[in-house]
Design a protein around this ligand. Structure first.
Ligand SMILES: [Zn+2]
Length: 615
């Protein structure tokens, strides 16, 4: 704790608790989480139930995720860590302690300005040293305290600990990244992938989860139906081999968006990482890998359910299991375990049940009715009179480390795309008076899956991805506009392979995935929008330039359009591989005219669309 002593914090907390009107009225979600935590502290009976700990944990994590920039963001993660540590003290399951460590790590990483960030690291280090028998990991946290929070009031303690644990300091040749979240214990083994990140986006019709891996790895997809006997939800799980797990990912990721409850990880055996998605109901799911960096994309679609509080088994003791393996004896005596293999997490088995005395029925019903507050919807401007369009996402293809195609004279596609996208955004704002969001407004790398996810997240009405074409044949030139569908010819496959950054064979695999996703995409509107844009570009550029060739509207399996819930197109304005068109693409005038033509097309599309709708 920096600047405030622990004693002061206790006094502040007491004040907050004794003067409930102050904080309570202004922040009911926080008050509710705190109340739940306090009640749990007072009830030894409740403490025997994993579901009770989980219930409190979820409230703090969700509070943080809904207020990640709020004044209590750090405190929420700190309390989540304390809840996990508290659960460990009862369960003595090493994995619970690891989860607490991961939560404290996350606090320091996500909220470095919080006055609790260093305290969290200290608690994490203490658990690692005394409970988890991982002094090397503890040493790293103590070091992080002294480096990041040198003026904090636990810095002295951390410095003393560093001396005491000196023999566990990373050796110079292995040290390299002492600042890293974890020291990558066995990731050095060649061919072993490390699961380094779990990201997700909740969208109206589907949820996208991305698993980030350090290198390509094999994975299997498995589905388990709900198990009413064990009170388990339907689960989708992935076994990745050979792989290791970043300890930071040991804490479950709470999603709770009506489709997906949460994502959790485990290491069922050495070299195998398991990722489990607890679903709300059975829906469709699509899984595909993307390269560079290697990652696994999981799209779960279905009707969102106004979710009942059913994260955990109800308070009733489950009846004796029939034909299913008995719950594993996870409430066991404390056994300090050496990393990186804490407590293999069996599956299916989200939470050890201590088989407590059954709670009164009324209590259970109250829990089940305790509904989850939905996340606030994104703010969407009112429909404008001009077009009925409220928000358009313009996507400048490629960026950062991915230059896209490069012309014979060195013009880079990523720069051209960004220039046109920026101009297009300006024109759209001008002519349609609607909100325009750029997926990137600078030379940064943005994974393909994130681009449509942004469009879905901000509730866009249209998604337009700007690109420049390329072909091995340097004579090829012209304009073409794509929408998402099965490719009709080999050229479309080649273009999709290039834009996806995949092989032609992988495009074939993608088409299989596409088959099921089609129902959700706006293919008809997308084809109309593509036709408007293509027509406008050919006409407007044809008025000013010689040899403008119309290659027509085409369809193909583009990753960047996959999962878009609004009409979406990909525009190939000209061939950067063609000397004349490369020169044009590089000129401000051509960029300007292209942007004007596309904006005009969007306006025409919107007007005719509105016209159709109002008939
Ligand atoms: Zn491109």
């Amino acid at each position: 704790m920096r600047h405030i002593t622990l004693k002061t914090l206790v006094i502040i907390l007491l004040l907050v608790m004794t003067v409930p009107v102050c904080a309570a009225v202004s922040d009911p979600a926080w008050r509710k989480a705190r109340d739940s935590y306090d009640q749990l502290q007072k009830s030894p009976r409740k403490q025997q139930l994993r579901s009770e700990w989980e219930r409190v944990l979820v409230q703090f994590v969700r509070y943080y995720e809904q207020n990640p920039k709020g004044v209590r963001a750090g405190e929420a993660l700190f309390m989540a860590g304390k809840t996990l540590a508290g659960r460990y003290r009862i369960s003595r399951v090493a994995d619970d302690a690891w989860q607490a460590v991961a939560m404290y790590d996350r606090l320091a990483k996500d909220c470095p300005d919080s006055s609790l960030a260093d305290d969290g690291l200290l608690l994490a280090a203490d658990l690692l040293e005394k409970t988890l028998n991982a002094p090397e990991e503890a040493w790293l946290r103590y070091q992080r305290i002294t480096k990041l929070f040198p003026s904090g009031d636990v810095a002295g303690q951390a410095t003393a600990k560093l001396k005491e644990l000196d023999r566990y300091a990373p050796r110079p040749e292995a040290a390299g990244e002492a600042e890293a979240v974890s020291p990558a214990p066995v990731a050095a083994e060649s061919g072993t992938a490390r699961l380094t990140g779990i990201r997700f986006w909740s969208n109206p019709g589907y949820t996208r989860v991305v698993l980030d891996l350090s290198t390509p790895a094999r994975f299997t997809t498995n589905f388990l139906k709900a198990d009413p006997v064990e009170n388990l939800p339907p689960r989708l799980f992935f076994d990745i081999t050979p792989a290791t797990l970043d300890p930071v990912l040991k804490a479950p990721t709470i999603v709770d968006d009506g489709l997906l409850r949460r994502i959790r990880t485990g290491v069922p055996e050495n070299g195998k990482v398991r990722v489990v998605l607890d679903l709300v109901s059975i829906g469709q799911h699509k899984v595909f890998p993307l390269n560079d960096p290697y990652r696994i994309i999981i799209d779960i679609s279905g009707e969102k359910v106004a979710e009942l509080k059913a994260l955990e088994p109800s308070l009733q003791a489950p009846p004796p299991s029939v034909g299913t393996p008995p719950p594993s004896p996870t409430i066991t005596a404390a056994q300090p375990q050496a990393k990186p293999q804490p407590e293999p997490q069996p599956e299916p088995q989200p939470a050890p049940q201590p088989a407590p005395q059954p709670a009164p029925r009324g209590d259970a019903i109250a829990k089940i009715l305790d509904t989850v507050e939905p996340a606030p919807p994104p703010v969407i401007p009112a429909r404008t009179a001009v077009s009925g369009l409220r928000r358009i996402v313009v996507d400048a293809g490629h960026g950062g480390k991915d230059p896209g195609a490069i012309g014979p004279n060195g013009v880079r596609e990523k720069d051209v795309n960004l220039a046109i996208a920026r101009k297009l955004a300006g024109k759209l704002r001008e002519t349609l008076a609607c909100d325009v969001v750029l997926t990137r407004d600078s030379d940064i790398y943005l994974p393909l899956e994130e681009r449509t996810a942004i469009a879905n997240k901000v509730g866009a009405d249209l998604f337009i991805s700007i690109h420049a074409n390329a072909a091995i044949n340097r004579q090829a030139y012209g304009i073409e506009t794509y929408y998402l569908n099965f490719s009709k010819n080999d050229r479309a496959v080649a273009v999709a392979a290039r834009e996806n950054g995949t092989s032609i064979k992988e495009v074939g695999d993608l088409e299989l995935i596409l088959f099921d996703l089609m129902a959700n995409s706006k293919i008809n509107e997308s084809s109309l929008l593509a036709a408007e844009i293509q027509k406008s570009l050919v006409e407007k550029l044809g008025e000013r330039y010689d040899d403008v060739r119309d290659l027509g509207v085409r369809q193909g399996p583009f990753y960047v359009l996959l999962g878009a819930t609004m009409p979406s197109v990909l525009v190939e304005t000209a061939f950067i591989s063609h000397t004349r068109e490369e020169q044009r693409l590089n000129s401000r005038t051509f960029q300007e005219h292209s942007a004007t033509a596309i904006a005009l097309a969007v306006k025409n599309f919107a007007l005719s669309h509105k016209l159709i709708a109002s008939r």
